[in-house]
Structure formats: C-alpha cells, structure tokens
Design a protein around this ligand. Sequence first.
Ligand SMILES: NC(=O)c1ccc[n+]([C@@H]2O[C@H](COP(=O)([O-])OP(=O)(O)OC[C@H]3O[C@@H](n4cnc5c(N)ncnc54)[C@H](OP(=O)(O)O)[C@@H]3O)[C@@H](O)[C@H]2O)c1
Length: 221
Amino acid sequence: MSTDIPDVSGISIGILGGTGDQGKGLARRFALAGHTVLIGSRSAERAQEAAASIGGPVRGADNSTVAAEADVVIVAIPWEGHRSTLESLRTELTGKIVVDCVNPLGFDKQGAFALQVEEGSAAQQAAEVLPGSRVVAAFHHVSAVLLLDPEVAEIDLDVLVLGDDREATDTVQALAGRIPGVRGVYGGRLRNAHQIEGLTANLISINRRYKAHAGLRVTDV
Ligand SMILES: NC(=O)c1ccc[n+]([C@@H]2O[C@H](COP(=O)([O-])OP(=O)(O)OC[C@H]3O[C@@H](n4cnc5c(N)ncnc54)[C@H](OP(=O)(O)O)[C@@H]3O)[C@@H](O)[C@H]2O)c1
C-alpha cells in the first residue's frame, strides 16, 4: 500500500452523539493518539460528563458547538436520528470532512439485517443532506467494546474508507491509522457504502456465533 500518508497529527476531532459507546470509544482512542477531541451531544451536560469519564484532551459540548469547532466531524448517532441531526447542522458542517459510521440496521428474532435506505446508504443520505460538506464513510466495523477496553492496546482491523473526495479519504485513512493496530484502506466511492454498512449485520452474526468482536483484514494491499 502507498506510504504517502498525510500528517493528521494536529487535526481536532468532533464526535456527534459522542456520549454513546461508539463515540466514546473513538474519542478515547483519538485522545490517546494525542488529538484534541470534542464530544457532542444533544445535551452539553451529558457531553461534559462523557468527556470527563474519558479524561485527557477531551471536551464536551452540544452537537452544534462541536460541529462548528472541530476540524473533522464523526457522526456516531443512531440511524433514527441521522437525517434530522445532520439537517440541523448543515451550516456548521459546511466545508468540513464529515465521517459517517452509521449502520442502518434492523433487529428481529433472526438477528441483525440491513435496512433499505432511500438514498442508497446512510453515507449517501449524509452527502445529500450536506451538499457543502466532504462526506466520507468509515469506522462501520470497529467494535466499541474493543475501543473502550483499557486491556486492549491494539485493535486488529482494517477500516474501509469510502468517499468521492480523494484528499478527504486520504485524511480519514490516516486518522484510522492513528489507532494502534488499525489500518485505513480505501474502499471505493460513496455509492458503494451500502454494502459496507450492511456487512455489519454479518459481523454481528459472526460475533454472536463465535462470541467475538470480529473485524476485517483486506489482503494483498
Ligand atoms: N456500537 C458499536 O460497536 C458501533 C460500531 C460501528 C458503528 N456504530 C454506529 O455508530 C452509531 C452510534 O452507535 P452507538 O452504539 O454509540 O449508539 P447509541 O449509544 O445508541 O447512540 C449514540 C448517541 O447518539 C445520541 N442519540 C440517540 N438518539 C438520537 C437521535 N434520535 N437523534 C440524535 N442523537 C441521538 C445519544 O446521545 P445524546 O442523548 O447525548 O445526544 C447517544 O448517546 C450507530 O449509528 C451505529 O450504527 C456503532
């Protein structure tokens, strides 16, 4: 794989819905890597509590402040709140790299399954709602449990990074690589995000069968 990785060490990272496991887990790992991290929430107080629980260079604020202040913004909210949250932050997110890790999934007696999304995928919905932002899809398959576990020093995982803006996908690949053990691998254009989001349902099935926190590795790159 190309070693031409941009220097992202000075980038600040905001996380919408950062009070959940996925957001807190990513916040923890990026803070450990030396990034300034801003946890966002619908409630500034909840965000500040979550930030305090992580410690280090992590601050909490409402989603709108985080969207306005951070260099790169990760969307870590449930699918149900995806469209409305992004619509409300369109101005703050203009010009920014917005990283969508949202998996539109349903759950029934047979387990997890991919939902049909009108725009094709959550990431494509984000791009449609945020025409002035640089939307990238990534971090769909990382386990929040592993991100949060202090016993886990390295996470054995390739993060597939999708998008239509090469500089933005390069930046997010480099950010993924800031988590020990993780590699960011370009995974195609945004129009192919549906499979990546849906594949999470398969990983959840694998996790249930094998009592694991399964991840993916891409060979020969
Ligand atoms: N958990 C994982 O292992 C994992 C892995 C990969 C990807 N993901 C994706 O990451 C996203 C977050 O996962 P999670 O497990 O952290 O979810 P979560 O705990 O259910 O939600 C995260 C945060 O989103 C906010 N939120 C909840 N409902 C909302 C709504 N309707 N509108 C706006 N904000 C809302 C809440 O924060 P406030 O109440 O503080 O605003 C909540 O703490 C999901 O889309 C998931 O598919 C998760």
